[in-house]
Design a protein around this ligand. Sequence first.
Ligand code: PEP
Length: 255
Amino acid sequence: MHRKCLIAGNWKMNNGLSESVSLVESINKRIADMRDVDVVVCPPFVSLSDVYKCIKQSLTMLGAQNMYPEAKGAFTGEISYTMLRDCGVSYVILGHSERRQLFGETNEFINRKVLAALSNNLLPILCVGETESERESGETFKVIDEEIRECLDNISAAQSEKLTIAYEPIWAIGTGKTATPEVAQEVHAHIRQVLGDLFGHKIADSIRILYGGSMKSSNAGELLKQPDIDGGLIGGASLQATEFCKIIEIANGLE
Ligand code: PEP
């Protein structure tokens, strides 16, 4: 099964309005004719509308970094799926390890977000991954199985076709340590197996599984060549247009 590569840039809490606009403009100029890769940029909430104005005539898509699982109400400081749709958002990152570790998000809460996104026309990028000590104690698959099964509870097979999963080993995020292509492939293949148990192997074969964790142009080629790695969720390297575009070019050139 051929899965088109997806490269998503997670800008995290970086770039004000004018920096967001100039970054997306330089990215878009360089990738205008790359049709064999899907590209998503995920700026901070306050830049979504301005970034959308820059990309709406292009193939680049807009993503958000988080979402609250209700349409509206007394949830001070939160942003709903309807608000994201209004800003032109197509994708939403859910369950990022920074949300889990710094803001106490649980699998149960993330599951509510995944369900709300899928029911409201947003495409979730669900992040899963183990800590360094979980890997060292041989618990990687156990942790990932639990995250996938609990975050995807009550999702129908039809809805599951809209999912993207990001495998992000926590020890590799922002650390400069990258999983080797073999280590990442092993986990990606396992994730596809779990998705197959949940939704059937035909659907599991069609779901994109991205790798995230210090991906950059120097390691992207080897990672993206692996049979179950279908793209990247890029943090640090997505903040520099040249570096991010190099990764997109690599993905665009894959068979
Ligand atoms: C991320 O936070 O999603 C990420 C992959 O970050 P980095 O590329 O900086 O490791």
